[in-house]
Design a protein around this ligand. Structure first.
Ligand SMILES: [Zn+2]
Length: 60
């Protein structure tokens, strides 16, 4: 079986663990690339009204 050539660095392990922690704290949510707030994936962001780099709805 193929084996990794090098031991994974502490930084790489920490990066992976950080992603895992994010998943635990925000189940079924992603972060909006526009405002950075958690939002439902494949839906317009309720905080800024953006979807796919464009403002599609007005936010009051
Ligand atoms: Zn947003």
């Amino acid at each position: 079986m193929a084996a990794p050539k090098r031991k994974k660095s502490k930084a790489k392990t920490a990066m992976r663990k950080a992603q895992w922690m994010r998943k635990l704290s925000l189940p079924g949510l992603s972060l909006c690339p526009e405002c950075g707030q958690p939002k439902t994936p494949h839906r317009v962001c309720p905080h800024c009204g953006y979807y796919k780099d464009k403002e599609v709805v007005e936010v009051v």
